[in-house]
Write a protein that binds this ligand. Structure first.
Ligand code: SAM
Length: 240
């Protein structure tokens, strides 16, 4: 089976589903699916549905749900990734795509004191996230929040263990050691090109966040975010 298709929850009714036009075009025109074929449709809220196509038009396809599973491809515990908004939009988009593949559950664009850009294209990032969700065969579309400051993020997720990736200074712990001690939800914060300011690091410490290092090299923001995310996910996979 090639790819999963996406239909939002309101397209499912009484065991039937209507594929949206863009998904229909992909299924019918590009992949040449026809009535009678079985495809997988994810609803982005945890549902993974095997669907038998009943009717296929150029812009709309209807199908019947044959069987469903829940939480396919989803992590055991939440991982909120808050990353400084980057000057180069393309780098941020790549980061978002890969973070979805790796299993992040919430993405927070961070606006920090040294941020060079304060805006994101929410609609564009969402499309990238939907494509990544389907491609990596997971059933939940991660949440993409509006841009937030570090202070806002640190108070927003009180139940998660919070860590700030920082490439210098004393009192830092290796990220792998921090992960090893935890099976529950985590919040990871990564700075923008210019890093976090001393004031932000102080704020994070006072809010109870741990400071973690990812090795002796200074990584680009997107590399640091993805290295940290995969360290968490690989360690969790080892503990399963
Ligand atoms: N010029 C910045 C500075 O010296 O603070 C460098 C910032 S770095 C390009 C961007 C972000 O990636 C940092 O704020 C940090 O969150 C993360 N980062 C990069 N390398 C890291 C490392 N070795 N350990 C932990 N975090 C790292």
């Amino acid at each position: 089976m090639t790819t999963a298709f996406y239909a939002p929850p309101d397209q499912f009714r009484q065991g039937r589903v209507v594929l949206p036009p863009n998904e229909t075009r992909h299924a019918v025109r590009a992949l040449r699916h026809r009535a009678g074929d079985e495809i997988v449709v994810v609803d982005g809220v945890g549902g993974w549905h095997h669907v038998r196509l009943a009717q296929t038009g150029q812009d709309q396809a209807l199908g019947t749900v044959v069987r469903s599973k829940r939480e396919v491809g989803e992590p055991e515990a939440p991982l909120v990734l808050a990353v400084g908004v980057l000057q180069k939009r393309g780098r941020y988009e790549t980061l978002v795509e890969k973070a979805v593949e790796l299993g992040v559950t919430t993405l927070v664009p961070l606006v920090t004191e040294r941020a060079e850009r304060h805006h994101i294209r929410q609609d564009r990032l969402r499309k990238i996230m939907v494509a990544a969700m389907k491609q990596c065969r997971r059933s939940r579309l991660p949440t993409l929040t509006t841009p937030r400051s570090l202070a806002q993020v640190l108070v927003r997720y009180p139940r998660l263990s919070a860590f700030c990736c920082h490439e210098s200074g004393t009192g830092r712990q290796a990220l792998v050691d921090a992960v090893r001690a935890r099976t529950a939800g985590m919040l990871l914060a990564v700075g923008p090109e210019g890093g976090f300011t001393p004031r932000e690091i102080d704020l994070a410490r006072r809010a109870g966040a741990g400071l973690v290092q990812l090795g002796p090299r200074r990584l680009r923001t997107e590399t640091a975010a993805l290295a940290a995310t995969s360290a968490v996910m690989l360690e969790r996979a080892r503990m399963l």
